[in-house]
Design a protein. Sequence first.
Length: 191
Amino acid sequence: MTLRPLSALVGLLCCTLPTLADGEVQKLITAADKARLDKYGETRKAALAEARAGNPAEVKQLDALLAKPLVSFSDKDLTGNWQCRTIKAGGLSPLVIYGWFKCKVTDDGSGWRLEKISGSQRTKGRFFDDGEKRAIYLGSAYVNNDPAKPYGSGPQTDQVGYAFRNSAKEWRIEFPAPYYESKLDIIEFKR
């Protein structure tokens, strides 16, 4: 093969292969969490199919949440206090929707940080831009008042998910293949 056709082939491959963002999230995310995000669509689909066998009243609540249109993150500030609840879809039980707890979002100058501050199952982490209508959350799960381990401490505590905004007063994070209990965890937030 001469140099010209080889150069053309390399150029063609460069244009057709997917490119990864060279942002901070790509430097921090673990290989296991990257794999979870890569399988997000199929994991979500399987979890929601299992959830349909749950309590009809809870299925209706889940459907209503997921039917809300997505809006941009760019023009709103998430900082402040929020009500939050966890929804577990698929896995040990078809569907479980917990009651409302307290969460707080702060901005330390490098971006939004989330902390669930009540309830026994908690999370603490940070958001990264991933397009106009989606953000990536990297966090750490912990129980009660135990200290949260830093992200990257291992699969039992590491959390990864996509955050979606529905309005100025509502948003959610979807966690594919969490370590415990379910196939998809969703944390719903309301002002």
